[in-house]
Design a protein around this ligand. Structure first.
Ligand code: MN
Length: 442
């Protein structure tokens, strides 16, 4: 059997990173609240009882750099290197005859999305949202598959709203179907191994099947199974699969929804397409995955592919130790082994060039932990010189959804110590502190 969500949850459990929640939880707000409380402990949450649903729920399985390190079987610092190394050569997925996701299949009038434990996350959200669904569709001209993550608003027992923008591949594919007056077939897989979710969250060129990226991350072909009612393929080891159609020329209000920036978007609600769900298949004891928008799991999913892009560009011009775009992907911390004065500004410029959404780039010395915002802030406060160490780029290219024009300019900050003055900037140390086990003293 191939690695799946369950095998990764077991790896988290062994590392004491999975917290079991036994008390029944209401999917409206209470679930999101408890997920947030567990996230603050640095753990994933596994809910055994959800009010009104027989499904279990898992959240925050990629909520920290340590969890990513478990996924890639490496150290927190080396996760980005693993990503870069594994994705240099894509691997085609493979078709298998069936899989656990087919254990239960319901079609037509049997479909009832109310069976799912769909969370309502934020106060102004219009209702429950599926947030961890991997959406599969095919280009009608080439037949090439596209995989993406789109938010899905629960509407009726067999109807969902779907947000898809014309700037994104799925929106472009839907436009092709719509021009022909034809419905777009669609499949949504929920409860996947993190490599499928990471690949779906990655921006690659149009015409590249994102399942070739997840296969590359896995270092083996991802096993796909054919859908029951549409000519699409989905991960055979998924927990839940929805199948359906997006009809042409149908739009309904979607949103506003508390999104990845913690803000509601769009304001007011947009007119968006809908999915008519024709079939649902799932495992006998299904685990439903939920991702909280803007929370650490969402941020790590958005950050990692972008960190890889920054790392690749910056490592061409400097000795880079680590790159971090968490907790918010518009700000980056990069640690380097500095070789000459001024080098941090070149590093920041390279990062801005490689990744246009970047607004702040802080460059720190090798002894600063870029995954700890407190440590980066310490370096800024103690080692930077605002008079000499700032790189200001006015009116560059930034995050495109910017009605108030606040995301197009950039600042690079050199928070490294002057060369040849290390003894004045060397951090003090407590000998033996790293090997102390506190439980031996209690
Ligand atoms: Mn794509």
């Amino acid at each position: 059997m191939q690695d799946d969500l369950r095998s990764f949850m077991e790896a988290l459990r062994r590392a004491d990173k999975l917290l079991l929640v036994n008390k029944e939880v209401d999917p409206k707000f209470e679930l999101a609240g408890v997920m947030q409380s567990v996230e603050r402990l640095g753990k994933a949450s596994f809910f055994k009882k959800i009010k009104g649903s027989a499904f279990n729920v898992v959240n925050n399985i990629l909520g920290s750099r340590e969890m990513l390190a478990i996924l890639f079987a490496t150290t927190p610092e080396r996760v980005v290197n693993e990503w870069v190394e594994r994705t240099t050569k894509i691997i085609e997925p493979t078709l298998v005859s069936s899989g656990p996701v087919k254990e239960v299949t319901k079609k037509g009038t049997q479909v009832d999305l109310r069976d799912l434990p769909i969370a309502t996350h934020s106060s102004k959200d219009p209702g429950p949202y599926i947030t961890a669904g991997i959406v599969v569709a095919k280009d009608p001209d080439t037949g090439i598959r596209n995989v993406s993550i789109n938010r899905l608003h629960y509407r009726e027992k067999s109807k969902l709203g779907i947000r898809m923008l014309r700037t994104q591949h799925l929106g472009q594919i839907y436009e092709k179907y719509e021009k022909r007056g034809k419905p777009m077939e669609i499949a949504v897989a929920i409860g996947n191994h993190p490599f499928e979710v990471l690949a779906a969250a990655t921006t690659v060129a149009y015409g590249i099947d994102e399942f070739t990226i997840s296969s590359a991350l896995r270092r083996e072909p991802l096993e796909l199974a054919k859908c029951e009612t549409v000519s699409l393929e989905v991960p055979a080891m998924a927990e839940v699969v929805l199948e359906g159609e997006v009809p042409p020329e149908v739009r309904e209000p979607e949103g506003t929804f508390g999104d990845f920036m913690q803000f509601y978007n769009p304001i007011p609600a947009d007119q968006s397409p809908v999915i008519y769900v024709k079939a649902i298949s799932h495992r006998k004891d299904p685990i439903y995955q939920s991702i909280q928008p803007s929370h650490l799991e969402d941020m790590h999913l958005l950050a990692l592919p972008r960190e890889a892009r920054v790392y690749e560009a910056v490592s061409k011009v400097a000795e880079v130790k680590a790159v971090c775009l968490v907790p918010m992907i518009f700000a980056c911390a990069i640690s380097i082994q500095k070789r000459f004065e001024g080098e941090p500004k070149n590093v920041a410029a390279a990062a801005f060039g490689a990744y246009p959404w970047l607004k702040y780039c802080v460059v720190v010395d090798h002894d600063v932990n870029v995954f700890d915002v407190n440590d980066v802030w310490w370096a800024m406060a103690t080692r930077s010189n605002p008079k000499a160490g700032l790189l200001l780029i006015e009116n560059g290219r930034g995050f495109p959804r910017d009605p108030f024009h606040i995301h197009q300019s950039k600042v690079g900050i050199d928070a490294t110590a002057p060369l040849n003055q290390w003894e004045h900037f060397e951090r003090k140390e407590i000998p033996g502190a790293a090997s102390i086990r506190l439980e031996d003293y209690l």
